[in-house]
Design a protein around this ligand. Structure first.
Ligand SMILES: NC(=O)c1ccc[n+]([C@@H]2O[C@H](COP(=O)([O-])OP(=O)(O)OC[C@H]3O[C@@H](n4cnc5c(N)ncnc54)[C@H](O)[C@@H]3O)[C@@H](O)[C@H]2O)c1
Ligand SMILES: O=c1ccn([C@@H]2O[C@H](COP(=O)(O)OP(=O)(O)O[C@H]3O[C@H](CO)[C@H](O)[C@H](O)[C@H]3O)[C@@H](O)[C@H]2O)c(=O)[nH]1
Length: 341
């Protein structure tokens, strides 16, 4: 398939580009590098041994997207990953988050319609599930807009837009993936997560503590109702996640469908830290801290629908993901900036 990949220079996008090419698909990347580095494109090419075409395009700009597709198309599928994803920032900049995340999705769905593209895949999040009693989350678990931040709400809104759009053309394939917590990196150590500014997510913080860049990990909440008192998440290797995108565009049926992409095996904050210590051989000091506002006690899914309908299942555990993340961290202590310098 010829695939238009927005946000292809980002963490999940770069791994998806590599897997697309490895599977014999053709990828073209549209990215404005607002949250990523052009170095990622060179690294994708180095891994794949090809030149993946890219255009520096803001995908909220419908005219630029149209011109880019006329130049690089036609396409069989759009994988729309471009978005801003910093939860804290979304609270202080809600208008920018809705404009970028919802606006870009409207533009890319319009491009799907106007250019006769048959398949559209959207990257959503497992944080759209609203009721802890529904754990493990399945695709029919309760969702809503009663979510603690504009980022998650923007993702939920896009799902509803897609649902309405799907009704206008039953032949089109619209796929909403709901990711759980991506970690890990490509085993080459060439591409990985490159947070802009100070990281907020657990994995990049743990890796920086292991590398001696940060002094300690604050464990947000030791009083949860879990075996060790810390919160549970479904950590999925980013390469498994990337492969889920391929399975989805290759196998989804016409119409609108949502799929959880997770492992179904939750790990606690302390378990993830212990796995990272084992993988890196480094000590990761921790300090107890209060619960982080808006955090759920547990978020994990049952990924059976993706297995049954897409033939996909996660293969890696957190041990492998920690090893791969550590390799990326060691080789790129300042992310892609290590190569830019
Ligand atoms: N990483 C996670 O924990 C996670 C979890 C669930 C969902 N997601 C979603 O997955 C997608 C990819 O996430 P990621 O972790 O790779 O993030 P990322 O920040 O590494 O990548 C996002 C990419 O999109 C690009 N981008 C943003 N706005 C753009 C615009 N208007 N035009 C063109 N390019 C633009 C950025 O430059 C960047 O390259 C996002 O939609 C994100 O919301 C991520
Ligand atoms: O310094 C830290 C950072 C995080 N945590 C804890 O580690 C767990 C994971 O936190 P992350 O910030 O890494 O991830 P979240 O589960 O909060 O959210 C992430 O995963 C979601 C998917 O389920 C969304 O996609 C969201 O965008 C993404 O940030 C949470 O219990 C959190 O409280 C700590 O204890 N200390």
């Amino acid at each position: 398939m010829r695939v238009l990949l927005t946000g292809g220079a980002g963490y999940i996008g770069a791994h998806t580009a590599v897997e697309l090419v490895a599977a014999g698909h053709e990828a073209v990347i549209f990215d404005d590098f607002s949250c990523s580095s052009p170095v990622a494109i060179g690294r994708i090419n180095e891994i794949t041994g090809t030149t993946v075409p890219f255009r520096e395009i803001d995908v909220t700009d419908a005219d630029a997207v149209r011109a880019g597709i006329e130049e690089t198309g036609p396409f069989d599928a759009i994988i729309h990953l471009a978005a801003r994803k910093a939860i804290g920032e979304s609270v202080s900049m809600p208008l920018e988050y809705y404009a970028n995340n919802v606006g870009s999705t409207l533009v890319m769905l319009g491009a799907m319609r106007d250019h006769g593209i048959g398949t559209f895949l959207f990257s959503g999040t497992g944080t759209v599930y609203t009721h802890q009693e529904d754990l493990p989350f399945v695709e029919t678990s309760r969702t809503g807009l009663d979510l603690p931040n504009p980022y998650s709400k923007s993702k939920r809104m896009c799902e509803e837009v897609m649902r309405d759009f799907a009704r206008t053309d039953p032949d089109k394939r619209l796929i909403g993936l709901r990711y759980f917590n991506p970690i890990g990196a490509h085993d080459s150590g060439l591409i990985g997560e490159d947070p802009q500014g100070i990281p907020n997510n657990l994995m990049p913080i743990v890796a920086r503590v292991a590398a001696g860049i940060l002094p300690q990990v604050s464990v947000f909440g030791r009083d949860y109702d879990t075996a060790d008192g810390t919160a549970l998440r479904d950590y999925i290797h980013v390469v498994d996640l990337a492969k889920g995108h391929l399975a989805a565009i290759e196998n989804a049926e016409p119409g609108m469908a949502f799929f959880n992409l997770g492992t179904g095996r939750p790990s606690s904050v302390l378990e993830l830290i212990a796995a990272f210590e084992a993988a890196s051989g480094a000590t990761v000091p921790t300090v107890d801290a209060p619960r982080r506002p808006g955090d759920a006690q547990a978020t994990y899914c049952l990924p059976d629908k993706a297995h049954a309908q897409l033939g996909w299942a996660a293969e890696c555990g957190i041990e492998r993901a920690c090893r791969d993340y550590w390799r990326w961290q060691e080789r790129n202590p300042e992310g892609y900036r290590s190569a830019e310098a």
